[in-house]
Ligand binder design. Structure first.
Ligand code: SF4
Length: 396
């Protein structure tokens, strides 16, 4: 969650010192690019004044992801906002945890639709047995088979993060959930260290996790309020669009949530303001069209933002979006486009993955490599054909 004044501050900093764009990351963070070295201190001071840096030494490890619809409904079992705020508070109060790797991330899944992640280092995923709620403990993508009580969940996950640091030294492996889960002795060591918290329980069904990218107007559990979800093409907003969102959120007293599908949610907007707000946002260039061709497409920074990129993937993603415009797609139908093998754009559950090489694109559909060294036109044809094979009427 971010306040309108914080969002406005980021927009001003981008316009003054970066490239006039603001990117939303897959951890629901914000990213400014192309800052000159001599302007870095001004940017840091601006961020600090806006309240973004409560503990600079922990800044890169304050990665806590939850549903951007938390507290708004959608069948959630537990409102995760208090857990996120308390975890953040305790994280930055602990000097030991500043040593976590910069991309270490926590995820808290309170249930309900629209939130599907299995890529975070430590995840608490709510489960209900006989009307009693607890959190299943997940390490990387690995379901542990153990639950932790709701009231002990934060103690458990903070202790787990500390044990990850110790395991990293003992086993000479990165302190990352996936790495630890892939070494049986390291995983046992982690679970042994948490034995006072963990109770054996059945694993939740992960087959229902779908990486949705919602777009449009969504009901909340308050009948007079709705949530607005504009489409953010390739996760990038202009500073003017960011200002527009900030002004609207301030005027209608809605709250702003950044979303892990690299989008934004205007939560709890009064229903009588919806048409006026959507008009404003559409005038600013943000679409509410579920058939917008950009829906479902994610791209890495590409050659405009990363020296490693072998092609201009954002330009190519725009070509694909033009081709897909006006079509329905199955919920969760997503395309990742990466400028090199590192695949920074990779999200869990992607239908199609395009990976640039020095001789064209490689294409994976549902994890299977189906083509290598493809031209852009050819790979767009293949992705469009794949989407056409999975038509699905989207009901919002
Ligand atoms: S996938 Fe490759 S090109 Fe794209 S941002 Fe990552 S390192 Fe750069």
């Amino acid at each position: 969650m971010i306040t309108p004044s914080q969002l406005a501050a980021v927009a001003e900093l981008s316009a003054s010192f970066a490239d006039g764009q603001v990117e939303i990351t897959s951890r629901s963070n914000l990213q400014l690019r192309a800052i000159q070295q001599q302007d870095l201190n001004s940017v840091i001071q601006g961020l600090d004044s806006a309240g973004f840096l409560p503990s600079p030494e922990h800044d890169r490890v304050r990665n806590i992801v939850t549903s951007p619809f938390a507290g708004l409904g959608f069948g959630e079992i537990v409102d995760t906002r208090p857990f996120v705020q308390e975890l953040d508070r305790r994280l930055i109060a602990d000097q030991v945890l500043a040593a976590l790797p910069p991309k270490f991330s926590f995820s808290i899944d309170g249930g309900g639709d629209w939130f599907a992640r299995d890529s975070d280092d430590l995840t608490l995923r709510v489960v209900s047995v006989d009307k009693t709620h607890s959190f299943h403990f997940v390490i990387g993508e690995t379901l542990s088979g153990f639950c932790v009580r709701i009231d002990e969940a934060l103690d458990c996950v903070l202790e787990a993060a500390k044990i990850c640091l110790k395991i990293s030294k003992e086993f000479q492996i990165p302190a990352r959930g996936k790495k630890i889960a892939s070494v049986p002795q390291a995983l046992d060591r982690l679970l042994d260290g948490l034995s006072s918290f963990l109770v054996a329980c059945p694993s939740p069904d992960s087959s229902t996790l779908v990486a949705h990218m919602p777009v449009g107007v969504y009901a909340t559990h308050q009948s007079d309020f709705a949530s607005l979800v504009p489409l953010v093409p390739l996760g990038r907003l202009t500073a003017e669009q960011v200002q527009c969102v900030a002004i609207i959120a301030k005027e209608c007293e809605g709250d702003i949530r950044l979303a892990p599908w690299r989008g934004v949610v205007l939560g709890a907007v009064p229903k009588h303001s919806i048409s006026q707000i959507t008009e404003h946002l559409e005038a600013a260039g943000l679409s509410f069209d579920a058939k917008d061709g950009y829906r479902g497409i994610a791209a890495c920074a590409g050659s405009s933002g990363c020296d490693a990129s072998l092609t201009d993937v954002r330009r190519d993603a725009s070509s694909l979006a033009r081709r897909l415009a006006g079509r329905n797609a199955k919920p969760g139908w997503t395309v990742n486009i990466s400028g090199c093998e590192k695949q920074c754009a990779m999200r869990n559950g992607a239908t199609a993955e395009l990976i640039a090489s020095s001789s064209g694109y490689g294409l994976r559909i549902n994890g299977q490599l189906i083509a290598s060294n493809c031209s852009l036109d050819s790979v767009i044809d293949k992705v469009a054909a794949c989407q056409a094979e999975e038509p699905f009427e989207v009901h919002l």
